[in-house]
Design a protein around this ligand. Structure first.
Ligand code: PLP
Length: 388
């Protein structure tokens, strides 16, 4: 059976050229970048090369890039790093209820330690109103964190407008751009952000590596103490192969970003339209137009997302019912609930996230298979019976 992978927001397959670029750093070029000998310096040079590539893709300077173990660490570093470095100025942080758990849980951690967190409202599409950000800022506000685009519903937030407001107020601004870097153009100056999180495995790079962009002059404390790596901002021997892989992945992404976004948006729209035509009582979650080119998130009435997911899997189609991190728990997604969906609709949600290897034939296959699955499940559904 042909496998159709439509879960690229959870992770992407590592690009073969990325794997190739990484391999020598496990074998011949295995040196420790902190070593002064040539073996070490070769590894160090490779890290610096990757740093330049990451910086280039987002319009930053290479010294503003700190490599991390992934998006989760980058988010934690931004939130906790800024909070503890600036607590003498205030204890107030502004965020949204639709952030990834890496931001949400870091905020809850800080809340338990005396910081005050404001969770801004979002509209039914998951959009933050920049004016709500403006109203929430107080003399005590030290940080605003609003994600660039939602990993669940694909809504692209008005980060540029929020950045302008944050800058006028003199408040640091962080954005989790894990789902956008490498997928749509991202420029830290245009977005007016001070901190920005990146993850390798969401852009055809390896897992366990990411980066935090930190604008020059931003005050943040380190979370890792030890050696002098990353200019003493993040101690620990660098994961050289993974960093090299991230550098290669951003280089490849940068080459084809507009063309690929256009191709995926076409496939996305075909899937949204086809599902709407073939399945009744279905609705699109997230913003209809301000949306990631690869994201389709729908709620199907009278069926459980998990049942659809398992039936699709039997047909070789990989999708998701929410963020991968929470897919082991059968609780409705906090993002869909924040958008105002009743729990039963949140439970009936399905997310398809498209990627580089997907073709029109993949979309046609989903459009052939899913309506039949929904009909079958509805025929057995107690949810439908209670409705009748
Ligand atoms: N932020 C967002 C928006 C994500 O989608 C993810 C991964 O699902 C993360 C952060 C965490 O990134 P990582 O898996 O690299 O820790």
């Amino acid at each position: 059976m042909r496998r159709i992978y439509l879960d690229h927001a959870a992770t992407t397959p590592t690009h073969p050229e990325v794997v190739e670029a990484m391999l020598p750093f496990f074998t011949d070029a295995f040196g420790n970048p902190s070593s002064i000998h040539s073996q070490g310096q070769e590894a160090k040079g490779a890290i610096e090369g990757a740093r330049i590539k990451v910086a280039e893709l987002i319009g930053a300077r290479s010294e503003e890039i700190i490599f991390t173990s992934g998006g989760t660490e980058a988010d934690n570093f931004a939130l906790k790093g800024v909070a503890y470095a600036n607590e003498h100025k205030g204890n107030h942080i502004i965020t949204t209820p639709i952030e990834h758990h890496a931001v949400m849980e870091a905020c809850k951690f800080l809340e338990r330690r005396g910081f005050r967190i404001t969770y801004l409202p979002v509209d039914e599409h998951g959009l933050v109103d920049p004016q709500d950000v403006r109203k929430a800022i107080t003399d005590n506000t030290i940080l605003i964190s609003v994600m660039h685009a939602s990993n669940e519903v694909g809504t692209i937030e008005p980060v540029e407008e929020i950045g302008k407001i944050a800058r006028e107020a003199g408040v640091y601004f962080h954005t989790d751009a894990v789902q956008t870097v490498g997928h749509i153009p991202v420029n830290v100056d245009k977005l007016k952000v001070d901190l920005l999180s990146i993850s390798g495995h969401k852009l055809y790079g390896p897992k366990g590596v990411g980066a935090l962009y930190v604008r020059k002059g931003t005050r943040l404390v380190s979370l890792m103490h030890g050696g002098e790596q990353e200019k003493r901002r993040r101690a620990g021997t660098e994961n050289v192969p993974a960093i090299v892989g991230l550098g290669k992945a951003v280089g490849l992404a940068g080459r084809e970003i507009d063309k690929e976004a256009e191709r995926l948006a076409y496939l996305r729209d075909k899937l949204i339209k086809g599902l709407g035509e073939k399945i009744d009582h279905i609705r699109l979650n997230g913003h209809p137009t301000r949306r990631l080119p690869n994201n389709v998130n729908v709620s199907v009435d009278f069926v459980e997302g998990e049942s659809m997911l398992l039936n699709l899997d039997l047909e070789g189609i990989c999708a998701s019912t929410g963020s991968a991190c929470s897919s082991a728990i059968l609780e409705p997604s906090h993002v869909l609930l924040a958008l105002g969906l009743p729990p039963e609709q949140a439970h009936g949600s399905l997310r398809f996230t498209l990627g580089r290897e997907n073709t029109e034939a993949d979309i046609e296959r989903v459009l052939e298979v899913l309506p039949e699955i929904v009909t079958k499940l509805r025929a057995m559904s107690p949810l439908l019976k209670t409705q009748k």
